[in-house]
Design a protein around this ligand. Sequence first.
Ligand code: APR
Length: 373
Amino acid sequence: LRTQVGIIGAGPAGLVLAHALGRAGVDCLVLERHSRARVEARARAGLLEERTVAHLRRHGLAGRLLAEGTRHGWCEFLCAGHRLRMDYAALGGAEHWVYPQHWLVRDLIAALETAGRPPRFGVPVLAVEEPHRIRCDGLELDCEYVIGCDGARGVSRRALPAALRREVTRRYPYDWVAVLAEVARPVGGVLYALHERGFAGMMPRTPAIGRFYLQCAAGDTPADWPGPRVRAELALRLPLAEVGLGALHEVRILRMHSRITRPFRHGRLFLAGDAAHVLTPSGAKGMNLAIADAADLADSLLHGGLDGYARRRLAAVRRAQDFSERLLRLLHRPPDEALPDLRLLTAPGPHATAFAREFTGTSEETDDAHWRT
Ligand code: APR
């Protein structure tokens, strides 16, 4: 089998790229290891930056997002009995869009299907082989370009020659319990709670579902966190009465780490999204970076500029990682120690503005002073 651009993985990165290339008349094929049902049911991220939505809109991919997504422009820090609110949209940032990643994935797959170019599901890629051949069980795909959009556990980054490959992994000394739960009233904005028992967070997803996080010991497993323990610990760290916590739908443990694998390009193999960079969820950057990678790649493949892809995207990834990392460190500090810095951060001024712009991705062209942690 032959195609111009072989894309591995039907996540946000692979699907956005396939859509842009297909629309421009480039022959491309997305190979996805899982079934369509599984991919469309996998709840992940949910905060989209304005520039991400602008890109989707330009490609006619934001119809349902604009109709069903919600917007918010503030977050709150709960710390040592205080609630410190930050109106980041008003402080120089922009509003986020709240729309679950798997809903966006569903919309993107539907758009490709309508265009007559659906991904191939249930096709695990076994390896990327020279010269630019994707090998699956019983299928070989020859491509002019191979784009690895196969996420954190994919195979494409292994195709980088060992002598060139640089992988930098940071493991944090804690993990997070990640819970999807029903709520009686929507979570209005992101809530970060710094607590003596450990960090806890509450993030909007849909009007009826919230995403909750709890810091736990590194290496804990879901068996350590049965429902009653999760509920009790959430109640100690977060103001749950505000949302009315209902049934818990999914309890997972996130191994808190980040990883950047370079180079993002080797010859005609390119890495995009989580395949190239995994960040912690603290700054809500993963899905936005994945779509930005895809947008850059599509533009470069169609109009030139491939040589600068790795450099441009590495700079953006480093910036996002720096933001996520500083926020993560702040969220895990003892509340009493962190309070003065949180006060400074949330009061209108240069620190708040820098945070607001980094958080919402509106600072890309500037070199703002960093906010302090
Ligand atoms: N063959 C085919 N498909 C594969 C293979 C393989 N060997 N390995 C992985 N995949 C598929 C996965 O099943 C998944 O559907 O690649 C896809 C990768 O999608 P994502 O993990 O969503 O990655 P990406 O598109 O880069 O989006 C990043 O996902 O994890 C979140 O926080 C992250 O929001 C960010 C977003």
